[in-house]
Ligand binder design. Structure first.
Ligand code: F6R
Length: 624
């Protein structure tokens, strides 16, 4: 997710540090904003920018794609306040023009934004007389503010008020966002929050705003967390907060975390933080894309006329966790889109005989968009003349430049080496793609589509319910952590989740873990089963729970303890541990997977493993 920092004050930190000394020749405000951006770098980003407001020099903006260190913060000696932004692209690739801040036509108003404006296309259409310079959803905001200010100035003859303008604009935005706006000739930063985090830092002669406290922790530990629907105006040493137009008081809290803990949001590891981020990252994945009533999705992807109707095969290529997301999706493509779907480990992929290139869609699933094996597969598919498509988390990544179309999973940056939230967002995105393809091909009726979309809509809340049960998982992890090996089983949509559960555990705990199609246990692996090898089973909707349970019972008969993720309202009385999975139909196994993520995490944590950077592994594998 994007990072935001804003500062208004004298340029000297609360503890008396001369902030200007940190930035060489740049002035204090610029230095504090620039340092705030550096503090936010850990979140991951692809572009950065600042807007500084000087008493007489007005508004100065600098922004570019690339690293914060490469950003030259302008020298604005009379700057009184400023905002900065690190961007993780969601709408429009990482270019200089798409970097924040974005400005209005006159260049008087600058805005930084975290989140997604879902109705930006409609709003942009209404602003047809404005000049847009980027592909972002964000840019509608400064132009809407410009309209508001112009309208108000006609009425009051005084140029309108930024705070009132932001309040009115906020009413028109659909989506989740945190925004900060500054305006030439106005000594305030005006901020608004709905759905994306925003925290204020309180200083004696200063005020800060940021997407997380790490941005300004060296200046103040006194903070106020804004609530959804809050709009606030920050002046040096003074903050006014409004909710639905009424002034409100919000508590000032003192943060005791050190910077390292604050970066992890108070969690000990990024991995656990990212597991817990899944309700919000999934919301972002789904935002503005589901039209449940119409039984349709808007993924902003297009195919040549007739291509989907004539499609012979969808071939998914991917590695590791992304490969398991692909295995999940292949079943959905067959079921929902009525098209043959196969999955290939990217490093093993060849176009293969007996296929028709112009009737084959090769879908590369890759969080990073940079995995060498997956890129190699895409190149082989392109060379064979197939149409290629990417599902990725990373705008501007290599894969997006080499395929014919892309859907972004919008999970935000993932820092833990073990993929967690991106797996859930990959499957959710692929499920939406399966609905889109099924609807286009006439293979999926509106009523069936509505049911899948309704399940998807329930996914974030269901994941939150599982996260609330973390204590139960921790207890199970403590009980079974010293086992000789762990076996994960499932059927149908439960198979990829079992494989992913085993991968997660082996990656971060270094324990022996294997995933199997449950029916395969009796064809060999059962020889490994002992009282020292717990079996973890996916026993949900979409995973043929009863048949899977028969196989689990075979393992239990050989003494193995059994833990199961079971659909709400169902019961398998012989399980040693039963984790309840809320009812979300076809995406239930994804919710079950959150239990398996937590199980892996707690086993590894009990053993004191290097969870965020497991031995021998890299986040992005750029060699074949
Ligand atoms: C496992 C994991 C890896 C990646 C694999 C592909 O937790 O993260 O297995 O899934 O290296 O990476 P991407 O998705 O970036 O292509």
């Amino acid at each position: 997710m994007c990072g935001i920092i804003g500062y208004v004050g004298t340029g000297v930190g609360k503890d008396g540090d001369d902030a200007a000394s940190d930035g060489g020749t740049i002035d204090g405000v610029g230095a504090i904003v620039h340092k705030g951006l550096r503090n936010l770098e850990y979140r991951g980003y692809d572009s950065a920018g600042v807007a500084l407001v000087g008493e007489s020099s007005g508004l100065t903006v600098a922004k570019r794609s690339g690293e914060v260190d490469g950003l030259t913060v302008p020298d604005v000696p009379d700057a009184t306040h400023g905002v900065g932004h690190t961007r993780w692209s969601t709408h429009g690739p990482p270019t200089d023009a798409n970097a924040h801040p974005h400005t209005d036509c006159a260049g008087d108003v600058a805005v930084v934004h975290n989140g997604i404006v879902e109705n930006y296309e409609e709003l942009k259409a209404e602003l047809s007389d404005h000049e847009f310079t980027s592909d972002t959803d964000t840019e509608v905001i400064p132009h809407l503010i410009e309209e508001e200010l112009a309208g108000a100035s006609d009425e009051d003859g005084e140029g309108g008020d930024l705070l009132a303008a932001v309040r009115n604009v906020e009413d028109r935005l659909v989506g989740s966002y945190a925004i900060c706006a500054v305006r030439e000739g106005d000594d305030r930063i005006v901020v608004a929050r709905r759905g994306s985090p925003l925290v204020l830092g309180r200083g004696e002669d200063a005020a800060f705003v940021a997407s997380d406290v790490t941005a300004f922790l060296e200046h103040t530990r006194d903070v106020t967390y804004l609530e959804d629907g809050d709009v606030a105006a920050l002046e040096a040493g003074d903050v006014s907060i409004f909710h639905h137009g009424e002034p409100v008081e919000r508590a000032v809290e003192t943060v005791s975390w050190e910077a390292d803990a604050a970066e992890k949001g108070g969690y000990e590891h990024y991995m656990r933080k990212e597991i817990h981020e899944q309700p919000s990252s999934l919301r972002q994945t789904l935002a503005g894309r589901l039209d449940v009533d119409a039984g349709d999705v808007d993924l902003d992807v297009s195919f040549p006329p007739g291509f989907l109707a004539d499609l012979e095969e969808i071939r998914i290529v991917a590695c590791g966790t992304s490969y398991y997301a692909g295995r999940y999706a292949a079943q959905l493509f067959e079921e929902l889109a009525g098209v043959r779907a196969t999955v290939e480990i990217a490093s093993e992929y060849e176009f293969g005989a007996g296929r028709t290139p112009d009737r084959t869609l090769v879908v590369a699933v890759t969080q990073s968009g940079e995995t060498a094996d997956t890129l190699g597969a895409v190149r082989r598919a392109n060379a064979a003349g197939a149409r290629t498509f990417a599902v990725t988390n990373t705008l501007g990544s290599t894969v997006t430049r080499e395929v014919d179309g892309t859907a972004f999973i919008r999970a935000g940056p993932e820092i833990g080496v073990a993929a967690t939230k991106t797996f859930a967002s990959q499957v959710a995105t692929l499920a939406m793609l399966a609905v889109a393809v099924g609807r286009d091909r006439g293979a999926l009726g509106a009523a069936d589509a509505r049911s899948v979309l309704d399940d998807l809509r329930g996914l974030p809340g269901a994941v939150q319910q599982v996260l609330d049960e973390e204590a139960q998982v921790r207890e199970a992890a403590r009980e079974y952590q010293d086992s000789e090996a762990f076996f994960f089983v499932g059927r149908a949509l439960g198979v990829p989740v079992a494989l992913e559960g085993a991968l997660k555990l082996k990656e971060i705990s270094y324990d022996h873990a294997e995933g199997f199609a449950a029916g395969e246990l009796k064809h060999g692996p059962l020889a490994l089963v002992t009282p020292e090898t717990p079996v973890l089973a996916v026993l949900t909707d979409g995973a043929r729970a009863n048949e899977t349970m028969n196989n689990v019972t075979e393992a239990q008969t050989r003494g193995a303890p059994a833990l199961g993720c079971v659909s709400e309202g169902e019961e398998f009385g012989t399980l040693d541990v039963s984790f309840e999975v809320p009812d979300v139909g076809v995406v239930e196994p994804i919710v079950a997977n959150v239990y398996l993520q937590l199980f892996a995490y707690h086993v590894a944590n009990e053993k004191g493993r290097s969870i965020d950077k497991p031995r021998n592994l890299a986040k992005s594998v750029t060699v074949e």
